[in-house]
Design a protein around this ligand. Structure first.
Ligand SMILES: Nc1nc2c(c(=O)[nH]1)N[C@H]1C(S)=C(S)[C@@H](COP(=O)(O)OP(=O)(O)OC[C@H]3O[C@@H](n4cnc5c(=O)[nH]c(N)nc54)[C@H](O)[C@@H]3O)O[C@H]1N2
Ligand SMILES: Nc1nc2c(c(=O)[nH]1)N[C@H]1C(S)=C(S)[C@@H](COP(=O)(O)OP(=O)(O)OC[C@H]3O[C@@H](n4cnc5c(=O)[nH]c(N)nc54)[C@H](O)[C@@H]3O)O[C@H]1N2
Ligand code: SF4
Ligand SMILES: [Mo]
Length: 734
């Protein structure tokens, strides 16, 4: 095996050099290049907006600077601070440049060469499987690598290495939207295009703070020329709420009640699109009966929203001609999130506000490639949105990949929390974590830290070895980052865009794609993945897998085609490719009212509201909400903390918001240190006294490394997405 790895590495490094001497990420010294600088373009690797950045290259092809791309239909020449600073994290001093293996004698992570690292990976993981069975291995991955890498990882782990249960941080983020759409529309299909931000006359944002989390989407809202009414539903007076026509602040996690009440009110006013409902939906009558119990009095009692405010909300919705509903984590991260998302979907369906410009029940995604992981993660659904349980689907996927259908599991993966429970029970013994920082971001962090001790072997694949999770690893695999590799991201409006290689990865760090190739060889299943010879080849496989699916993108030729078209939204079939010559054409779904269910009708889905899993009491009297706090900070900060500019811009991003009423009572002033404790742990933070949060609630950023010591592990029963945004705490001055 040794020789194989050596040969492969050698070949691989050869490949790298070849890749690097090809344009546009050209790092060879091409004498023919006459201009001192040139440019190429790439999609930003942070949020799901998917802005295009123009990358300025020096004579050797290395990125030296960037500016937003003026000619791209998404960002129209704009970028937020993270985008402008996207090159800085690549040059950080703590990039991991060689594999690191924990030395049992010293207990320390020590540099090793790739053959040693691959041997450690294979020996340990195969050893675990021989003792405990194939399902004793698992991976947790991400929405932040290119789709080709996600698909390859999912295929390698499940079809090549025999894993059954794998998941990604998309569970923390988008599982709810995925399941809600799949149940209601028959496929995970966000229907909108960003032009809808500009076309709506009434925009409803529920649990979304785009001013901070999607600043360029918010710029699109600001370009709206229809004098739109903006409704924001958020328990906090967020940056977005401050700019709203009306802001409704229901008790946390009571949105579902407010939305059922609104549905009832629209029925009472007869503001229903009866013909749309009759022709294109099922179960409206049941829904109509169900919401009858959500009287204005009940809604006021259970949400804190006055009857007048409910009337005002209904007036705006009822008088809107083009009403759009937008949601993000305030909805997705709750104990009853799927039904809450569907309460929004139901409103769009019953009023026929879908499939036309400026309408829709629209989930805004989070990470740059959350949509890629929803389609090609190979966890909940089989590559390309197929079903693991369906034998015909397994055969189809096997045929495209040229593999034996018998290697495809006939059940979907269990979810992130269930994987960690299986580790706790000793059933999963080997874990491979790729491009996510579980030790910081997982709910109820302490449980992960405890569970980690039960693992026989933990592999972390990251661009830094300094992350909380990498520090716990037995083996660290050094990964190339955004900008150092190539592939496709899919943004919130289903637009495929190309991320380009514009910089050389440090040391012997390799792209995740190359790492997966090496592992396939070292594992002994390299043959099975011969077709996955490059990201471009993998893209060809994904395109073929999409054929005939709602996401069909068989009309896309290659990366250059995508780039020249200003990105391409799925579906983009061969027919679309012939008809659709205007690259900036906006594409939305369901213009014909036909959904992806077997009878083409969308379904009204609903349930009785479930109370907060951990309400406040006399010992823990405050409710802790969590989320983003600055457009200049990204999640666990491993990348954004490397930029002095971003740190300065985000100076308050680790603070704790507290209402003056609570602050006065507790003797807390702005700038003072406080401890926050829940039944699970304790954190410290610097207080910021503000009316942004309501009395009885406090807010902490997820960027704080300590916040998930506090959070309560509740999960939506349909999506198993964690309810990060509500738990009971107490606070005290330090
Ligand atoms: N700058 C920056 N941008 C990002 C990210 C980042 O880390 N930094 N992360 C990206 C990712 S992966 C994601 S998923 C998105 C997240 O984007 P958002 O969901 O917009 O961001 P959050 O701050 O998590 O949550 C939004 C709002 O939900 C509110 N909220 C909390 N509980 C409730 C509730 O019960 N009901 C309602 N209606 N609202 C509630 C919070 O007060 C908060 O203002 O952002 C993406 N963009
Ligand atoms: N309390 C609370 N917790 C939350 C949330 C919340 O609102 N509140 N939000 C949740 C949500 S929506 C999300 S999406 C998660 C995000 O949580 P994480 O995924 O844990 O956060 P990141 O900091 O984005 O971690 C990405 C990791 O990948 C590494 N990386 C970056 N690029 C590459 C690459 O190309 N290859 C490899 N191999 N590694 C790479 C980075 O260095 C970093 O360590 O957090 C969740 N946690
Ligand atoms: S809005 Fe999102 S995609 Fe655009 S530059 Fe900022 S982080 Fe990048
Ligand atoms: Mo997310």
């Amino acid at each position: 095996m040794n020789a194989t790895i050596d040969q492969l590495l050698h070949a691989r490094q050869g490949d790298m050099t070849r890749e690097l001497t090809q344009q546009p990420g050209d790092l060879g010294n091409l004498p023919s290049r006459l201009t001192p600088t040139s440019t190429t373009q790439s999609i930003c690797g942070y949020c799901s907006t998917g802005c295009s950045l123009k990358i300025h290259l020096d004579a050797s092809g290395q990125a030296i600077n960037l500016t937003p791309n003026k000619d791209y239909p998404v960002n129209l020449g704009m970028a937020c601070p993270k985008g402008w600073e996207a090159l800085t994290p690549l040059a950080a001093a703590d990039r991991v440049t060689t594999p690191l293996l924990r030395n049992p004698a010293t207990g320390k992570l020590e540099p090793v060469d790739w053959p040693t690292a691959l041997r450690a990976f294979v020996d340990n993981f195969k050893g675990i499987q021989s003792r405990h069975g194939p399902a004793s291995l698992s991976f947790l991955s991400t929405g932040q690598i290119v789709t080709e890498e996600m698909a390859f990882l999912g295929a390698l782990a499940k079809f090549g290495m025999g894993m059954i249960h794998v998941d990604s941080n998309t569970r923390q983020c988008m599982a709810t939207a995925h399941v809600a759409y799949k149940q209601s529309f028959g496929f995970d299909a966000p229907p909108f295009t960003y032009a809808d931000f500009e076309e709506s006359d009434t925009l409803v944002f529920v649990g979304a703070n785009p001013c901070i989390a999607h600043p360029i989407m918010w710029q699109r809202v600001k370009r709206n020329r229809h004098n739109p009414r903006i409704i924001v539903v958020d328990p906090r007076r967020s940056e977005t709420a401050m700019q709203a026509t009306i802001h409704l602040a229901p008790y946390p996690k009571s949105d579902i009640i407010l939305l059922y009440g609104l549905a009832r009110e629209l029925i009472v006013r007869n503001k229903i699109d009866r013909s749309f409902v009759a022709e294109h939906t099922n179960r409206f009558e049941d829904f109509s009966k169900f919401v009858d119990a959500f009287t204005p009095e009940r809604v006021t009692r259970e949400t804190g929203i006055s009857a007048e405010a409910q009337q005002q909300l209904a007036d705006l919705i009822a008088s809107g001609k083009r009403v759009s509903y937008w949601w993000t984590m305030g909805v997705n991260q709750s104990h009853q999130s799927t039904r809450t998302a569907q309460a929004l979907i139901n409103l769009a369906l019953m009023t026929g506000q879908i499939g036309r410009p400026g309408t829709g029940a629209n989930s805004i995604t989070g990470q740059c490639n959350a949509m890629g992981s929803r389609l090609f993660g190979n966890a909940t659904s089989l590559l390309g949105g197929y079903d693991f349980a369906n034998a015909a689907h397994r055969s189809r996927v096997a045929e495209v990949l040229g593999i034996d259908p018998a290697v495809i599991p006939n059940e979907k993966s269990i979810a992130y929390d269930q994987i960690l429970d299986a580790v706790d029970r000793g059933e999963i013994r080997g874990l491979w974590i790729i491009a996510t920082n579980t030790a910081h971001s997982w709910i109820n962090q302490r449980s992960f830290h405890e569970v980690r001790k039960k693992l026989d072997f933990l592999v972390v694949q990251d661009m830094y070895a300094t992350t909380e999770t990498a520090q716990m690893a037995d083996l660290v695999l050094p990964a190339a980052a955004w900008g150092e590799k190539e592939g496709v991201f899919i943004n919130s409006e289903r637009r495929l865009g190309v991320a380009r290689k514009v910089s050389r990865a440090p040391g012997t760090a390799l792209s995740d794609f190359a790492i997966f190739q090496l592992i396939a060889q070292a594992w002994g299943c390299g043959e099975m993945f011969a077709r996955w010879s490059s990201p471009a080849a993998a893209f060809g496989l994904m395109r073929e897998l999409s054929r005939g699916q709602p996401c069909d993108f068989t009309g896309i030729r290659d990366y250059d085609h995508i780039e020249a078209s200003g990105g391409l939204q799925w579906p983009f079939t061969k027919t679309d490719a012939r008809v659709n010559t205007n690259p900036t054409t906006e594409r939305r779904l369901f213009a014909d009212g036909r959904f992806f269910t077997s009878d083409t009708r969308a379904i009204f889905l609903f349930d009785e509201p479930v109370p907060l899993p951990e309400p406040t009491d006399t010992t823990y009297p405050l409710l802790l909400l969590t989320g983003r706090a600055s457009s200049a900070q990204w999640h666990t900060g491993t990348r954004t903390n490397k930029s002095a500019v971003l740190l300065k811009l985000a100076s308050r991003a680790h603070g704790l918001e507290i209402n003056p009423v609570d602050a006065t009572r507790l003797g807390i002033v702005s700038g003072s240190k406080v401890t926050v404790s829940s039944r699970r742990g304790e954190a410290t933070a610097v207080a910021f006294v503000t009316t942004i949060v309501a009395p009885g609630q406090i807010y902490m950023a997820m960027h704080s490394p300590e916040v998930n010591r506090l959070t309560f592990p509740s999960f939506d029963p349909h999506s198993r997405q964690p309810g990060y945004k509500a738990c009971a705490v107490k606070i005290a001055p330090v």
